[in-house]
Unconditional design. Structure first.
Lengths: 305, 253
């Protein structure tokens, strides 16, 4: 038994610790399970699922940038039906809250996806992707539109009683306004932040390196921005925040929690060190012991200003 | 698949700014097959952030070798490694070459740094089959012969061997190739592989190619390295997981 209580709550969702593996960085759990015991993780969020399978963008989809990377995968996924049939049986084996990330081109499609997935008991919550920068339809066109975000939240809320998390775009002027709307429409939490729109150019061919021209910037390069967005939401809206953006180790997690996150998501790090969470959990515990913190969740929002 | 820290034994500079990194790691040396790759973190900081994928070049006892040239900051750091330095490796990854098959002669076709996986391949195959290597480069400077045998060379500018590209060289020897029961194994730039695929289909030669791609993870979760399947227009295959070696008939290069 651990001497320190690392558990956190996001609404009614109870996690054994604040580490959630982020959407799009762990597939449907099978590859990452070769590196880390999923039963030790706080939660896992699937790759974005859409109503129909999506092939994704043509190559090149990935570019490395200073302390970061751009991706333009284009929501390649198996679709909700095949997910239930082919991926759930594997995920059912683990004692870990499974959250399904949903992406859609229309508001009705979000609701339809949730309707199809809702009855599956293994799924403990939904994260709605209103902010993918890499698809033409849906994605950012919703993420930048406060009315659309409100409407999606309200309609999905009506379709499920499971915890509902909205993943917010950082590509807006006031992210807290979006968090306010999510709360008003019955959302349980927000994830902040999705990737930032960026690009990279081959100076010899004068062409963009990504076939999609732009991609989503992630990695430690975006951490200061993510922290500022988390802080803005925390100071203006009373809603649990899942902090995400460039977490590379335990210190980053503490920083996100002090700034106002109830839990955090690890994304890009899974590509580089897929077994990192094991070490991180040990270090989180050491930090709590050294700082005489009995319950890690007490540090959420403890920033002194 | 292992995530492992291994010691650098030495860095060997071949001609023309081509390097061999010799690493001590019995766990990987004993498992890895020709054509498989490793994803290597060249620093223990966030710069550079991502791992770098390298085909295994050779294996000797508890040691394995990676071949690389200096392309950017990451490979520059690798070239400056010293004996005893630790590097973090994930591997063995992907599917390597299928050495089996109904052929007597392996025809190796490599462009530039595309020779990298073949020293180990040749070692694994030696004795059982005849081996002929066709190596191409823009100029003599890009022709790497390390660990290769029975070599024919083509350079675009004619500065070494046949003047022209590697497929033109193969074409000039088509009568000889047709007399033998061959299987072609290739690695090199996509333009070369596209050309080679067409040549192989035209002449009904079996051909496997190792294909390169930008990637983040190397084991299937980032979805960053797709290649179009020839069989199904609605499907991409992942180079890291379903490759990096493909039968050229199965993919659109």
């Amino acid at each position: 038994m651990s001497k320190v209580d690392l558990s956190v709550n996001i609404g009614t969702l109870k996690l054994r610790n604040p580490i959630i593996l982020a959407s799009g960085t762990v597939g449907y759990g099978n590859e990452i399970s070769e590196f880390v015991d999923l039963n030790t993780i706080g939660g896992i969020i699937t790759k974005s699922l859409s109503l129909k399978a999506r092939k994704g963008n043509s190559p090149q989809r990935i570019v490395e940038t200073p302390a970061g990377m751009l991706n333009a995968i284009g929501l390649a996924n198996v679709g909700v039906e095949r997910f239930l049939k082919e991926k759930i049986p594997f995920l059912r084996k683990f004692d870990i809250p499974l959250i399904c990330n949903i992406a859609a081109g229309t508001i009705e499609e979000y609701v339809e996806c949730v309707n199809i997935l809702n009855a599956e008991e293994t799924i403990k919550g939904f994260e709605i992707n209103v902010s993918c920068p890499n698809v033409k339809k849906g994605g950012l066109q919703f993420g930048n539109d406060i009315k659309a975000v409100g409407e999606i939240t309200g309609k999905v809320r009506a379709a499920t009683r499971k915890p509902l998390i909205i993943k917010l775009s950082p590509n807006v002027s006031y992210i807290s306004e979006f968090a306010k709307v999510v709360k008003k429409e019955g959302g349980d939490a927000v994830s902040a932040i999705n990737t930032l729109v960026g690009t990279s150019i081959n100076i010899f061919t004068r062409r963009p390196k990504l076939s999609n021209i732009t991609g989503g910037l992630s990695g430690p390069a975006i951490k200061p921005i993510a922290l500022a967005k988390v802080l803005e939401i925390y100071q203006n809206v009373d809603i649990p925040i899942l902090g995400i953006g460039g977490i590379m180790g335990w210190k980053d997690i503490i920083e996100f929690m002090i700034t106002g996150s109830s839990a955090v998501q690890i994304g890009t790090l899974n590509f580089i060190n897929p077994s990192a969470s094991k070490e991180i959990l040990k270090e989180l515990e050491n930090y709590c012991i050294n700082e005489r913190i009995g319950k890690l969740s007490d540090i959420t929002g403890s920033l002194k200003t | 698949m292992l995530v492992i820290k291994a010691h650098v034994d030495k860095v060997i500079e071949l001609d023309n700014q081509i390097f061999l990194l010799k690493i001590h790691c019995s766990e990987i040396a004993s498992k890895i097959r020709p054509g498989q790759f490793l994803n290597v973190k060249v620093s223990d900081t966030i710069y550079p952030l991502l791992r770098r994928p390298f085909s295994v070049c050779d294996v000797k006892g508890d040691y394995f070798y990676l071949m690389f040239n200096i392309l950017g900051e990451g490979t520059k750091m690798l070239a400056h490694k010293h004996a005893g330095d630790l590097i973090d490796i994930i591997g063995p990854l992907g599917h390597g070459f299928n050495l089996e098959g109904d052929y007597d002669t392996a025809i190796i076709v490599a462009g530039g740094l595309g020779v990298a996986p073949f020293p180990y391949f040749i070692k694994a195959l030696d004795g059982g089959k005849n081996i002929n290597c066709f190596i191409g480069g823009k100029t003599y400077k890009e022709v790497i012969m390390h660990g290769m045998k029975n070599i024919s060379v083509a350079t675009d500018d004619g500065s070494l061997g046949f003047k022209g590209n590697i497929v033109e060289l193969l074409n000039s020897k088509i009568d000889m190739l047709k007399l033998k029961r061959i299987k072609i194994f290739a690695c090199g730039p996509n333009a070369m592989l596209r050309n080679l695929k067409e040549f192989c289909i035209r002449n009904e030669f079996e051909c496997e190619a190792s294909i390169e791609s930008a990637m983040a993870c190397g084991f299937g979760i980032c979805q960053g390295c797709p290649i179009q399947s020839s069989e199904r227009s609605d499907k991409y295959l992942l180079i890291c997981k379903e490759g990096p070696v493909f039968n050229v008939k199965d993919v659109i290069i």
